[in-house]
Design a protein around this ligand. Structure first.
Ligand code: DAT
Ligand code: MG
Length: 140
């Protein structure tokens, strides 16, 4: 399979605990390469826009507030089968269900504050990368 790109966020619970390096190490050890990265404070518009697919879910307000609560690190990851590989390294949404050794099993605090985001398919990966990065910010 050709090289693929996916979009990743290191979430506020992780920047707050100063464990961005530990998370990036897991991604790199799993064969992914960071080809774009920036630390930002998400605006309300960005958080609501990014998670618009969840706007009717009961946790939406909490999710948006959480994503704005501390800085995040947005990243583009590249590698063979990067979308599925990133999801595998992240582990299940609920850390109680995440496989041992995954980022969420080791670091996530709860289902809501679960340390990382990763795109769930090729279409969302492309949309999410474009939402946060211009082409010249991605250096493969
Ligand atoms: P994922 O982040 O694994 O792709 P998702 O797309 O279903 O999971 O949900 C997006 C985020 O919304 C998730 O990372 C944390 C939050 N979330 C999901 N389900 C939740 C729940 N039942 N209670 C609180 N927050 C939840
Ligand atoms: Mg998702």
């Amino acid at each position: 399979m050709a090289l693929e790109r996916t979009f990743s966020i290191i979430k506020p619970d992780a920047t707050r605990r100063n464990i961005t390096g530990k998370i990036i190490s897991k991604l790199e050890e799993g064969g992914l390469r960071v080809v774009a990265s920036k630390r930002i404070r998400m605006t309300k518009d960005q958080a609501e826009g990014f998670y618009a697919v969840h706007k009717d879910r009961p946790f939406f307000g909490e999710l948006v507030e959480f994503m704005m609560s501390e800085p995040v690190v947005v990243q583009v990851l590249e590698g063979e089968n990067a979308i599925a590989k990133n999801r595998e390294i992240m582990g299940a949404t609920n850390p109680a269900e995440a496989a041992p050794g995954t980022i969420r099993a080791e670091f996530a605090e709860s289902i809501g504050e679960n340390s990382v985001h990763g795109s769930d398919g090729p279409d969302t990966a492309a949309q999410e990368i474009e939402f946060f990065f211009s082409k010249d910010e991605i250096v493969g």
